[in-house]
Ligand binder design. Structure first.
Ligand code: IMP
Length: 193
């Protein structure tokens, strides 16, 4: 009989994020369990601080190990906007609104950043991942979620929304943060891959 898979609880209600988190952590042998829990959501320009404070607010209340993830899109010519406010900006003006702000703008450089906070053994560690890229001229593709239809990762022609889950997860900010987190946790659980 095979050993049971170690479980990681993930505090997110975004099905797109959960799908990616399950895919990436699954490669390291983890079983992902979504967890509904009220966490503290502070306003800060620093994604890592947002994720850390949210995770700390769950210590002692959530089963461990658990992950709280915060991410955002940072557009160079808009001085990093929408950054930590990406979720609000997506809900209000969406991809079309961002494309309007970028109309006629030559410098289309942008990056996605992810801060994944791990609650384990009563303390919190934060892991960061980034992917550089550019804002497309128009939305393309039907996959993914959020700003995926307008983000083209550096060195690629497709937007995230035109990529398969595997293709996006080979380069994404979320995968990079979670891969570091998974290696760290496996070491601490003494379960080397
Ligand atoms: P939060 O991390 O739940 O605060 O949400 C950040 C927001 O950034 C999301 O609502 C999306 O609009 C956007 N976002 C974060 N990661 C991604 C991604 O991988 N693809 C597309 N949009 C993303």
């Amino acid at each position: 009989m095979g050993a049971e898979k170690p479980v990681i609880y993930v505090v997110s209600e975004n099905p797109g994020k959960l799908r990616e988190i399950r895919f990436v952590l699954g490669k390291f042998g983890f079983e992902v369990e979504p967890l509904r829990a009220r966490k503290l959501e502070i306003q800060s320009d620093d994604l890592e601080e947002v994720a850390r404070v949210a995770a700390e607010s769950l210590l002692g209340r959530a089963p461990e190990p658990f992950v709280v993830e915060d991410s955002g899109l940072f557009i160079a010519s808009l001085r990093g906007f929408p950054g930590p406010y990406s979720s609000y900006v997506y809900r209000t003006i969406g991809c079309e609104g961002v494309l309007k702000l970028m109309r006629g703008v030559e410098d289309r450089r942008a990056k996605f950043v992810c801060a994944a906070a791990l609650g384990f053994n009563g303390s919190v560690s934060v892991f960061r991942g980034e992917v550089e890229g550019a804002i497309s001229e128009e939305p393309r593709g039907r996959g993914g979620f959020g700003f995926d239809p307008i983000f083209v990762p550096l060195g690629h022609a497709k937007t995230f929304a035109e990529m398969t889950l595997e293709e996006k997860c080979a380069v994404s900010h979320r995968s990079k943060a979670l891969e570091t987190l998974a290696v760290y946790l496996l070491e601490r659980l003494n379960l080397h891959r």
